[in-house]
Design a protein around this ligand. Structure first.
Ligand code: GLY
Length: 384
């Protein structure tokens, strides 16, 4: 006897959290837990059989986790080719998309091959879009390695790239066939990225689950400090919520729009910084959620306590909460509103906003008077 306890497949399966996105014949699982990278090969074979894989990743993720994934795929006898891109939002570009598609085609891809998006939100969105258009669509697997990607962007099939005119303006709905979220990858995630992902977790509490928001107020600091059980609970809760919104409204004709809380403001703030690293997506969403709550309170849609409570919790999580927290110069209110008009959330010439009636109660409206939006943004742009 060596004293080493071997863990059976059944025991490992029981320790893995499984959330299903119920899309009929296109339903897929999100698997959440520690150590899943080491099982990626077996999980992929179990779901898809033996396929040729094209892996899309970035240099940081590859340096930290590439070897673990490679070993698992080798053990399962899977043939792979891999393209490694520069990390960062600038990679969500036409240029990088061309590289991904050209690489896949050059690797002799067939429609039966699988594309694997191995990284954070940028890689997931870019590789997913590549999978949507290469050979008119190949199946793909998301292996999200950032908190933001594990709780939001890897689930639901929104894929795409940015253009100088705005964020995510070119893309496609293309659902993955499997999401493998190894919570162990969060251990090497830079703290700033972890906090950014936490902003998207808070979002689920704000739009539809006040009990979860209260849980985050109590447990968020431990989660951010490294409490693994708290992380898994939060990721699972977020994925269950997201799976539900996506299953009810895959193409965002209705309820899925609530997932954009804070994003109308957030996207223009990101575009206004030209994705230069001053503000990442989660930070932009954090400021955007406070702005949405403050605008809701100013218009009498919720009490003043709502934005105050949200701001207080984001501050505890050390996330930015106002436009003045963004370093450097930003364009004025008029220019920011101009950028909002180019966002995808414009319908029939009217801006759609996700507003709050309370914590856990969001709704969509296009009835924000232009003059009120202008005076609100003017006041917020001058706040430091
Ligand atoms: N990130 C918002 C959505 O997937 O709908």
């Amino acid at each position: 006897m060596t004293g080493i306890k071997t863990v059976s497949k059944t025991e490992r399966d029981a320790a893995t959290n499984r959330v299903t996105v119920g899309l009929g014949k296109r339903a897929y699982d999100i698997l959440i837990g520690p150590g899943l990278l080491g099982r990626a090969g077996e999980l992929i074979v179990e779901r898809f059989g033996r396929r040729k894989l094209v892996i899309v990743t970035d240099q940081n993720v590859d340096a930290h986790h590439g070897a673990a994934l490679q070993q698992s795929l080798d053990t399962s006898g899977l043939a792979i080719s891999k393209i490694t891109l520069a990390p960062g939002e600038a990679t969500k570009s036409f240029d990088a998309l061309e590289q991904v598609v050209d690489f896949a085609l050059g690797a002799g891809s067939e429609r039966s091959d699988l594309l694997v998006a191995f990284g954070g939100g940028v890689i997931g969105d870019l590789a997913g879009f590549g999978a949507a258009i290469a050979l008119r669509g190949v199946e793909f697997v998301q292996i999200p390695t950032s908190l933001l990607a594990q709780v939001d962007s890897s689930v639901g099939g929104k894929t795409g790239i940015n253009t100088p005119r705005g964020k995510n303006l070119v893309g496609a709905f293309h659902q993955p066939g499997l999401v493998i979220a190894d919570t162990g990858t969060l251990e090497t995630l830079p703290e700033r990225e972890l906090r950014a992902g936490y902003a998207e977790i808070i979002k689920y509490g704000l739009i539809g689950d006040s009990g979860f928001f209260s849980w985050l107020e109590a447990n968020g600091p431990a989660l951010l400090a490294g409490d693994r059980a708290a992380r898994i609970h939060a990721i699972r809760t977020a994925c269950e919520a997201k799976a539900d919104y996506v299953a009810r409204d895959e193409r965002e004709h209705g309820v899925r729009a609530l997932l954009n809380l804070g994003h109308t403001f957030g996207h223009v703030l990101e575009a206004a910084t030209q994705y230069d690293g001053r503000l990442n997506h989660g930070e932009a969403v954090a400021i955007g959620m406070v702005l949405a709550a403050q605008l809701s309170a100013d218009l009498g849609m919720c009490s003043d306590e709502v934005p105050e409570r949200i701001k207080a919790h984001l501050e505890i999580a050390q996330l930015p909460t106002q436009i003045g927290d963004i370093p450097g110069q930003l364009p004025g209110a008029g220019k920011l509103i101009g950028l909002m008009q180019q966002d995808k959330k414009v319908r029939d010439g009217k801006l759609n906003f996700i507003m709050l009636g309370d914590i856990g109660s969001a709704f969509v409206t296009n009835a924000i008077p232009d003059d009120q939006l202008h005076s609100f943004m003017t006041a917020k742009c001058s706040q430091t």
